[in-house]
Design a protein around this ligand. Structure first.
Ligand code: DI6
Ligand code: FE
Length: 408
């Protein structure tokens, strides 16, 4: 056998559904990489003979390998922050006072409109580094803090550039319909027209987005507006997904499922009919425990129903300055368990196998199996449950991306 690298003294949480052990576990394992792909995986005792003098051999000291983590929902390209607003609120200011003092989503929009691409790129790079250090190898980044043509395109260009200059793969999502900009306060339909007729064609012409998303909510876009945007995106051949059922049950998830969405995200207020719709269309349910925590939500997403109808559950950070200023994927594994009551295995599947499905890349990444891209992490842990159980002690010791050792 001729391989580019071989890993031994490891256990593997493959997350493969084809292995019936919890986490798709192979203990006392070995793994071989060739041409950026996983070429062999199995019991160490069954590892075929190979040229031990010509092949780099990495020893995992009995630690665990998992698929590279995938954060399938972030807004990590933005300028400014909302710490002042956080502080004002904790000092007793009302929502209205904060809005009047320039707070809320529009303050981030203003900061993004003012920032140039280099500034946004540097901010994005630092955040991507933070995620990468924790074992993230693929991330989705949304626009949505521009709300005008130039700024939406600027954010997406920066996201694309980050993907070119960082080892982490970046999938981009056009979220022009994130909020109604002040200029269209009294005519949201006209803003939706702008999104569909002016922004979307430019996004497509520059190949800036892999998917299109909408915030379907009574404080944002209604069902009819959501359908118009998603249908236009779908007709253009882009993937679709939706911020749905975060603050109320609008029926957005069922609509998105009907249109073939890859995922619906947040879904605290999703009901059984909505869950059934997801199950029928194969749409993933993305849970965002960071936003649930930071907004101090009390309405829990319908985890038991999602289990019952076998809807793939995804866990993501939703990293953004307003509702989830928590730039950590590992913290989300913990919160998915403590706050939303996922099992550690479900949480890890939500950041590997199911996250890949939500991004439409499940044929390439998300599990450790022969033929998949060699994106994986080496962890200094004694059981995979530790990834969700504890937080703050750096335990990601190595990251392999496309077969290359990139870290630490
Ligand atoms: N849902 C959220 O929680 C964030 N966006 C969304 O669609 C909030 C965004 C912000 O406040 O900046
Ligand atoms: Fe979000």
């Amino acid at each position: 056998m001729s391989w580019d690298q071989v890993w031994i003294d490891i256990n593997i949480a493959t997350m493969s559904p084809n292995i019936s052990e919890p986490y798709g576990t192979i203990t006392d394992a070995a793994l071989a990489v060739k041409d950026g792909k996983i070429a062999w995986v199995g019991k160490r005792s069954e590892l075929p003979e190979f040229d031990v003098f010509a092949t780099p051999i990495y020893k995992g000291k009995g630690g665990w390998i998992t698929p590279g983590l995938i954060d399938a929902h972030t807004h990590l390209v933005f300028a400014g922050n909302r710490a002042n607003e956080f502080e004002l609120r904790l000092n007793g200011a009302s929502y209205e006072e904060i809005a009047r003092s320039g707070g809320g989503i529009i303050s981030t929009v203003n900061a993004c409109r003012e920032a140039d691409e280099a500034e946004l790129f540097e901010l994005g790079r630092q955040r991507l580094n933070a995620l990468a250090k924790e074992g993230v190898t693929t991330v989705e980044i949304k626009s949505g803090y521009g709300l005008d043509i130039d700024t939406e395109l600027k954010i997406l260009r920066v996201a694309r550039e980050l993907g070119k200059h960082h080892h982490v793969d970046v999938k981009t999502t056009f979220l022009g319909a994130h909020a109604i900009p002040p200029e269209y306060k009294h005519d949201s339909d006209a803003y939706v027209d702008l999104v569909i007729n002016e922004m979307l064609p430019k996004v497509i012409a520059e190949d800036l987005a892999d998917a299109v998303d909408v915030f379907c909510e009574n404080i944002a876009f209604n069902l009819e507006q959501t359908e118009r945007v998603l249908a236009a995106a779908k007709a253009a051949g882009l993937q679709i997904k939706l911020h749905a059922e975060q603050l109320s049950n609008m029926g957005g998830s069922a609509l998105a499922a009907k249109l073939g969405a890859k995922s619906v995200d947040h879904i605290e207020y999703l009901d059984e009919d909505g869950v059934k719709a997801l199950s029928e269309s194969g749409t993933c349910a993305t849970l965002l425990p960071g936003a649930f925590y930071f907004l101090r939500e009390t309405q829990h997403p319908p985890i038991d129903l999602l289990r019952q109808y076998k809807v793939p559950m995804v866990v993501a950070s939703d990293y953004n300055p307003g509702s989830s200023p928590l730039c950590s994927s590992l913290l989300m594994l913990n919160m998915a368990c403590t706050l939303l009551r996922l099992t550690p295995e479900e949480a890890l599947a939500g950041m590997t196998r199911n996250a890949a499905k939500a991004l439409g890349i499940e044929d390439k990444v998300g599990v450790v199996e022969v033929g998949m891209v060699a994106d994986f992490c080496m962890w200094n842990i004694s059981t995979p449950a530790e990834l969700a159980y504890t937080y703050g002690v750096a335990s990601c010791v190595d990251v392999v991306k496309n077969g290359h050792l990139v870290h630490q």
